[in-house]
Design a protein around this ligand. Structure first.
Ligand SMILES: *[C@@H]1O[C@H](CO)[C@@H](O)[C@H](O)[C@H]1NC(C)=O
Ligand SMILES: *[C@@H]1O[C@H](CO)[C@@H](O)[C@H](O)[C@H]1NC(C)=O
Ligand SMILES: *[C@@H]1O[C@H](CO)[C@@H](O)[C@H](O)[C@H]1NC(C)=O
Length: 396
């Protein structure tokens, strides 16, 4: 009895696999562009450091003709998207990051006549710096002349962009711009060929398409499944070293829309400010729990709420906003536009050479005369991680 049924399933599955294989061809073609990026391998510096500049919510429009929003009355004149570009230039000069991450609403589609022109202008400072960069989508990027897929495809093809459309070999995943980047140990060190810091990028969507659910999008099960598998694969590869790393390499996640868990903090347990509500999806799709389970992600960085710039820690994971960056994005007059920096530092080994990630720090800089540094804090450190974790769990 069971035989014919089994056979049928088998044919059905074969047909299905064949269909998947064909639909996979275009995915592979898209991935081909990423192959040449292999030599653009991210790596810790000779000083054992890796620094990431996060730019959230540029909201780029048409450039010079697109005015600033929410600046002081005496700052309105001559203020435009060009001020956003100038701020990126200054941040790059001041911090000299190894990677620039744009966490969505890179362009404000409604006010961009031509998506390609707007994207070119928005990312121009990153391109001209010759620093590798990566981007994810927000909820406004697709509101000009390109779809979400179109915007992400265009971003993937830009100079020095390490962004990817979606993971190669994965045929069914929601959104555009789900990918990971590996940061290898110092050149010539024993961890030269190991990813000692893992970066995850996810498309947190735009708006709900489910009639009974209102509001913003969320990270779907298909994306979480990809994250789970990727994290597991990376943990295995890292700990299968002859040197035998005892725990997973730390990870950082970047996406646009904050998780509902951001609402579990107040000024008694976050660093920074909260000046507006948490505009997460109206449902909780469980990505925070998925990250806690995986165990490697130490911090997740978002944008979306321009007036919030805090970091708070829940169950060993910091949830951090970058604060609004762009001048055409809503903001608060007199409250400076800002950016977040993350610095990962390796441990120095006795016999010279560099080891695993020792600490992850963050701070923000304001777009004022001196690019003032504020809210410097340690997000994670190797030695204290174990005991802190234990304390937290004991306290529940
Ligand atoms: C915008 O840029 C112009 C030209 O550099 C400058 O004069 C002005 O102060 C800037 N405005 C703000 C709000 O930074
Ligand atoms: C890393 O891999 C390259 C190429 O496979 C090899 O030549 C090199 O010796 C490896 N380095 C270390 C430290 O394992
Ligand atoms: C932060 O503190 C508030 C009390 O002020 C508490 O209700 C909340 O659970 C705390 N959040 C975390 C993540 O510890």
């Amino acid at each position: 009895m069971a035989q014919p049924w089994k056979k049928k399933t088998c044919y059905w599955m074969k047909a299905m696999l064949l269909a998947l294989w064909f639909s996979g061809i275009h995915v592979l073609a898209d991935a081909a562009a990423a192959v040449s990026k292999e030599q653009n391998q991210l790596r810790f510096s000779k000083e054992g450091q890796f620094k990431i500049l996060q730019v959230a919510d540029m909201h780029f429009g048409d450039g010079k003709s697109t005015p600033c929003k929410n600046v002081l009355p005496n700052q309105m004149r001559g203020c435009s998207d060009l001020n956003t570009s100038a701020f990126i230039h200054r941040m790059i000069q001041a911090e000299k990051p190894h990677l620039i991450v744009f966490t969505g609403d890179n362009i404000y589609g409604k006010d961009a006549k031509d998506a390609v022109a707007s994207l070119n202008a928005a990312f121009a400072p990153a391109l001209s710096s010759n620093i590798p960069w990566a981007a994810v989508l927000g909820n406004h990027d697709q509101q000009s002349t390109l779809s979400r897929e179109g915007v992400m495809k265009y971003i993937v093809g830009m100079k020095h962009s390490l962004s990817q459309l979606n993971p190669p070999g994965v045929n069914i995943i929601d959104g555009f711009g789900n990918y990971n980047l590996e940061v290898s140990g110092v050149e010539g060190s024993s961890l030269h060929n190991k990813s000692v810091l893992n970066l995850y990028f996810l498309d947190s969507g735009d708006y709900s398409t489910v009639p009974s659910i209102s509001g913003y999008g969320w990270i779907k099960p298909s994306q979480q499944f990809w994250f789970q598998r990727t994290s597991k694969k990376l943990r295995r590869a890292y700990m299968s070293n002859p040197e035998g790393q005892k725990s997973a390499a730390p990870g950082l996640a970047y996406f646009h829309i904050p998780l509902p868990e951001c609402a579990s903090f107040d000024s008694s347990n976050f660093t920074g400010v909260k000046q507006e509500g948490i505009s997460s999806a109206s449902v909780n799709s469980g990505f925070f729990t998925t990250m806690v389970e995986a165990g490697d992600v130490k911090a997740a960085f978002t944008g979306h709420d321009h007036l919030n710039d805090f970091c708070g820690e829940l169950l060993g994971i910091h949830l951090c906003y970058a604060g609004g960056f762009g001048y055409h994005a809503y903001g608060k007059a007199g409250w400076a536009r800002r950016a977040r920096v993350v610095l990962a530092t390796l441990e120095e080994r006795e016999k010279g050479g560099w080891g695993e990630v020792k600490s992850i720090k963050t701070w923000k800089r304001l777009d004022d005369k001196h690019l003032t540094v504020i809210d410097a804090q340690v997000l994670w450190s190797k030695t204290s991680a174990g005991s802190r974790r234990k304390k937290k769990i004991g306290g529940i």
